[in-house]
Design a protein around this ligand. Structure first.
Ligand code: C2E
Ligand code: CA
Ligand code: CA
Length: 399
């Protein structure tokens, strides 16, 4: 056997499990799935006695001198009970090289019938008991393998489509930003603006775009692209109005933000940490955040009260701003429990020397309640929907 293929050409653990089942059921020493490609067979998944046979997943061999090609073209049956005495196999070099006693092999086909390769089992000992039921069992497994290969190829195609879509958004003009004002309760005037991403093609929801990008390994790149577009609008904001941008911990940890923020007045920027999952390593995150804070950037914890993670973020990151999640704002004027939770978070913010911004304010009753609880600022459809700059407040609410 020769030539090692890249690791990426190996099949996954499911295929190893299928091969183990084949090997154990037939009592053989090794089992594999190979792919036929350009006159060679490449072993994509191998279980059993790699050492004595001398090959493992990723290796390739000549197809011409193999048992497998002979099964496909009809020179050999699916079962060879004793390769050392069978005329067609006894003179093949591979019989002696690999010390082959018994062999069972069946073709692996894609759903359309196209030949992919072979699923085979081999033992050093001859095995006279192997028969039709063993071949039928392997054929069943080969069918599962073929269907899985099709499914994996489909998933990969879909991933490639998403990846290209995200890459185009990053470098092209499908991604633009809208801005939603954040209004100070004491003054009724705009103190900041949150930049939110909009995409010209489907999916419609920006959070789905960011989740797709994350799965394609492009999460931080897309977030950075959104932030850079938002920062480019900073000169259009009135003096004294801050710009709030969204960033996941992985973007913060990547260090990618440093140079973008180095080019602007970082004292006018608030970074909202958007993450609903637990953060494993707060020490590293704190160092990354510390570097940004040293530049003058302020930090907000987004969606506070929406889950356990946001409370941990508050405890560990000690943000300058707590953004009360929409789920606590909604109906706060009619629900004493929401009121109690929001009031507690206002207290936490003020005890830390931070401010609390309530998101998703849609009703005058919600705004009145937040004011009574001591919230510092509000954001929501009652004041303005996200839109292009310059931001405009709707009918002035009674703050
Ligand atoms: P988020 O950061 O919590 O943003 C607030 C969301 O609430 C925005 O939805 C905003 O349009 C919406 N909203 C504002 N006021 C109200 C209101 O009064 N009522 C209701 N029902 N909704 C309101 P949007 O723009 O669809 O964004 C959804 C999520 O997508 C964001 O949640 C954020 O997690 C993510 N996202 C959006 N833009 C960006 C971005 O540029 N970068 C990153 N990393 N994430 C983004
Ligand atoms: Ca946000
Ligand atoms: Ca939020």
């Amino acid at each position: 056997m020769s030539e090692r293929s890249p690791e990426s050409h190996r099949l996954g653990p499911l295929f190893d499990r299928v091969l183990e089942l084949a090997q154990v059921r037939l009592g053989m020493d090794i089992a594999w799935v190979s792919e036929f490609t350009e006159g060679r067979q490449v072993f994509r998944s191998v279980t059993g006695d790699h050492d004595r046979f001398g090959f493992s997943a990723g290796d390739g061999g000549n197809l011409e001198g193999s048992f497998c090609v002979r099964v496909i073209d009809g020179r050999l049956p699916n079962v060879v009970h004793d390769a050392r005495t069978e005329p067609e196999t006894s003179r093949l070099a591979v019989t002696a090289d690999l010390d082959i006693g018994a062999y069972v092999g069946v073709p692996v086909r894609r759903r359309g019938g196209e030949l992919y390769g072979m699923l085979c089992c081999v033992s050093h000992r001859p095995a006279s008991a192997l028969g039709d039921s063993d071949v039928a069992f392997l054929e069943l497994l080969a069918q599962v393998v073929g269907e899985q290969l099709d499914d994996q190829a489909e998933i990969q195609r879909e991933k490639d489509v998403v990846r290209r879509r995200v890459e185009q958004a990053i470098s092209g003009d499908a991604l633009s930003m809208v801005f939603q004002p954040i209004v100070g309760i004491a003054t009724g005037s705009v103190i900041g603006c949150e930049a939110l991403a909009r995409f010209s093609g489907p999916p419609a929801r920006p959070d789905i775009w960011f989740a797709d990008a994350e799965r394609a390994g492009l999460g931080p790149a897309l977030e950075l692209a959104a932030i850079e577009r938002a920062l480019a609008s900073l000169p259009q904001l009135p003096a004294g109005v801050y710009l709030s941008v969204n960033a996941s911990p992985s973007l913060l940890l990547s260090g990618l933000l440093m140079s973008s923020l180095g080019a602007v007045d970082a004292g006018r920027v608030v970074i909202e940490v958007t993450e609903h999952a637990a953060v494993d390593d707060y020490d590293t995150l704190l160092r990354a955040v510390g570097d940004l804070r040293a530049m003058g950037v302020r930090l907000a914890v987004d969606d506070a009260g929406a889950g356990f993670a946001s409370l941990n973020h508050i405890l560990r990151l000690r943000p300058d701003v707590i953004k009360l999640d929409i789920s606590l704002t909604r109906g706060i004027d009619t629900d004493p429990v929401r009121r109690a939770l929001a009031g507690a978070l206002v207290g936490v913010a003020h005890d830390m020397g931070s401010t609390l911004v309530a998101e998703g304010v849609e009703g005058q009753g919600e705004l009145d309640e937040l004011k009574a609880l001591g919230a510092d600022a509000v954001q929501g459809y009652l004041l303005a929907r996200p839109g292009p700059l310059p931001v405009q407040l709707g009918t002035p609410p009674k703050v």
